[in-house]
Design a binder for this molecule. Structure first.
Ligand SMILES: O=C(O)CCC(=O)C(=O)O
Ligand SMILES: [Fe+2]
Length: 239
């Protein structure tokens, strides 16, 4: 992957992005709202032990206002479903709901998804990420979307190391809604652990050999005061 540029290209503002948030007073009765003070924070780049991968975290890839609108849009417009998957040889229900979009078929944990038509807003986010990461237009051809409606919903330790993604996949993971911890553990030296707190509107890019040497997980959390979290992982499926 080329070096991430610090100047982010923000996605086109579509019609829905311009619409007023639900329940907000009309412009005639209010002053213009304060602009979001922090627009973009520079990425934090972490080279993992002994060349075992790279993690690049953009804590504020989207402004709070943009992220609020994306969260609402994705919740309403994607087709969220719970699928049975194979885990350690047993068929179980996924402990979260998922949706997907992509030009290709993608198979993981015994589940084959796609292809489907692109949602225009998800495409807009994909193109923004491609610009930021200096990747060719339409590089990302599959998006796996995960939705967690309570702290009891989670994703166990795994790596996205299907051969269809190639040996050094670039996976861009954008999060909306409830901030949650996200753990990495080295496969050979289990004492090596990394923790992120994935914020509303953030993007974490996993690249290099990350999937080969590290597992990652979104652990359960206590469910009190819980807001929905939606995560989109943008991938390139080669075959
Ligand atoms: O929800 C998350 O942040 C985890 C997503 C993930 O690891 C995946 O889709 O493979
Ligand atoms: Fe993953």
């Amino acid at each position: 992957m080329s070096k991430p540029s610090r100047k982010l290209s923000q996605p086109n503002i579509t019609a829905w992005l311009n619409k007023k948030p639900r329940g907000s007073p009309s412009a005639a009765t209010t002053n213009t709202p304060e602009p979001d003070p922090v627009v973009i924070k520079p990425p934090e780049i972490r080279e993992l032990q002994g060349g075992t991968g790279t993690l690049t975290y953009y804590p504020r890839y989207f402004t709070k206002e943009q992220a609020d609108r994306y969260l609402e849009y994705l919740e309403e417009n994607l087709e969220w479903k719970r699928y049975p998957i194979k885990m350690f040889g047993k068929v179980v229900q996924q402990p979260r709901t998922i949706a997907y979009i992509g030009d290709k078929q993608y198979t993981y944990s015994g589940l084959t998804l796609g292809p489907t038509a692109w949602d225009p807003v998800v495409k807009e986010i994909a193109n923004s990420l491609e610009d930021t990461l200096e990747l060719p237009r339409d590089y990302f051809n599959f998006v796996l979307c995960n939705r967690y409606t309570s702290g009891a919903e989670y994703m166990g330790y795994h790596s996205d190391n299907e051969s269809s993604l190639g040996e050094r996949p670039i996976i861009a993971s954008t999060s909306f809604g409830q901030a949650r911890p996200f753990f990495f553990q080295h496969k050979l030296d289990k004492s090596l652990k990394i923790e992120y707190h994935l914020e509303h509107g953030s993007t974490l890019v996993m690249s290099g050999l990350t999937q080969k040497y590290w597992k990652h997980a979104l652990p359960k959390r206590p469910s009190a005061l819980y807001q929905t979290r939606i995560n989109l992982t943008f991938r390139k499926v080669f075959h």
